[in-house]
Design a protein around this ligand. Structure first.
Ligand code: IPE
Ligand code: IPE
Ligand code: MG
Ligand code: MG
Length: 358
């Protein structure tokens, strides 16, 4: 029997964080539609309006509360800036991936072409920096500018290592730390003058979050993922779960590296990876990251926020594990067996829709 595992974002739904997120939502909308060019506003507003879990913004709000701060105008703006940078980086990522859909809507590259998607992504990144400078503070604007540098470096490193059979787990971790964990770290840094005390927590949680996304790409199903499985393999991105599996390879996996794969080869490789130790090893690795993240938390006086931040990393590991169990069952028995299973699809937009009732 499947026990109910809560969506991790539900843990973040304390009244104070939820109320703050409503304000952040309005700020994100205002910032993404603030160009003098209506076409840019339409494009950027469509992407930010399509949702997303708002995990990074929630992390900023929870950090502010954890460190004894208030959710004031500056914190709301800082959280909105973090989300705008995230959304801008996804616009660029989708362009690079040639992805057609994200958050349940067509990507800007699919809708408007690569050139316009590129500059709308630029607009979103730059607009966030400007808002941080004019509404929050110079140090926060500097932190966010550094993050954009790290995002670019992490993404560049990933591209430089495509189809590289010599890629190591350390290489993958370095790229992830830049392209994903740096923004989680910054989500904590920008929340409060003492945000540095939460930075390690944010970074470890960010690595964990990306490794779980990478695992789902290899081990979930297309229906649950909302996109084809094995996209990372198709594109030559050798992610940490694959690299961990390679450490125990007896010659079944390595012949698939270093070149483009046919769809049949991808199916064979995915089957081998799923039937080996990859899933267990990756989940165990992530549980280690979750406990390292908790070990780096400062003392938090507010019990509700403490419970939230203590529970969040492990909740993501548990949630991913439950999705993989469901994926495994649906592979053996493709029909969803209950409306609950159907409801819990794992497209990136689904959880926020559930939270907002949208
Ligand atoms: C997607 O991030 C990109 C990764 C870092 C894996 P999210 O899953 O947080 O995306 P949204 O904001 O909820 O759409
Ligand atoms: C996240 O990585 C991209 C950024 C951090 C910008 P992925 O490439 O794994 O994200 P998805 O899988 O496309 O959502
Ligand atoms: Mg991508
Ligand atoms: Mg991915």
């Amino acid at each position: 029997m499947l026990t109910h595992v809560a969506r991790p974002e539900e843990i973040l739904n304390s009244p104070a964080v939820s109320a703050g997120l409503l304000r952040v939502e309005k700020r994100i909308h205002r910032l993404s539609t603030s160009s003098r060019l209506p076409l840019i506003n339409g494009a950027a507003g469509r992407i930010t309006g399509a949702g997303g879990k708002r995990l990074r913004a929630a992390l900023t709000l929870a950090t502010a509360l954890a460190l004894g701060g208030r959710i004031d105008n500056r914190v709301v703006t800082a959280a909105a800036c973090v989300e705008l940078i995230h959304a801008g980086s996804l616009v660029h990522d989708d362009l690079m991936d040639k992805a057609a859909e994200r958050r349940g809507v067509r990507t800007l590259n699919a809708e408007l072409g690569d050139a316009r998607a590129l500059v709308v992504g630029d607009f979103m990144l730059a607009r966030a920096g400007l808002a941080a400078l004019s509404v929050v503070s110079k140090p926060v604007a500097q932190t966010l500018a550094s993050v954009v540098v790290e995002l670019a470096e992490g993404q560049f490193q990933e591209i430089a290592e495509l189809f590289d059979p010599g890629r190591t787990p350390e290489d993958a971790l370095r790229s992830i730390t830049g392209k994903t964990a740096s923004l989680f770290r910054a989500s904590c840094l920008v929340a409060h003058p003492d945000g540095r005390s939460m930075a390690e927590y944010g970074e470890r949680f960010g690595v964990l979050f990306q490794v779980l996304d990478d695992l789902l790409d290899l081990a979930s199903t297309a229906e649950r993922l909302g996109k084809p499985v094995g996209n990372d393999l198709r594109q030559g991105v050798y992610t940490l779960p694959l690299l961990l599996a390679l450490q125990h390879d007896h010659g079944d996996l390595r012949p698939f590296l270093g070149r483009r794969l046919s769809e049949d080869e991808i199916t064979v490789l995915l089957t081998r990876l799923r039937s080996g130790r990859m899933i267990d090893d990756t989940l165990e690795y992530c549980r280690g990251l979750a406990s390292d993240a908790l070990a780096s938390l400062p003392v938090i006086a507010d019990p509700e926020i403490a419970a939230t931040l203590y529970g969040l990393p492990a909740a993501y590991v548990d949630w991913t594990e439950s999705l993989l169990v469901r994926a495994l069952r649906s592979r053996t028995c493709p029909q969803p067996r209950s409306s609950d299973e159907l409801d819990q699809g794992c497209g990136p937009w689904s959880s926020r829709s559930a939270r907002t009732g949208a």
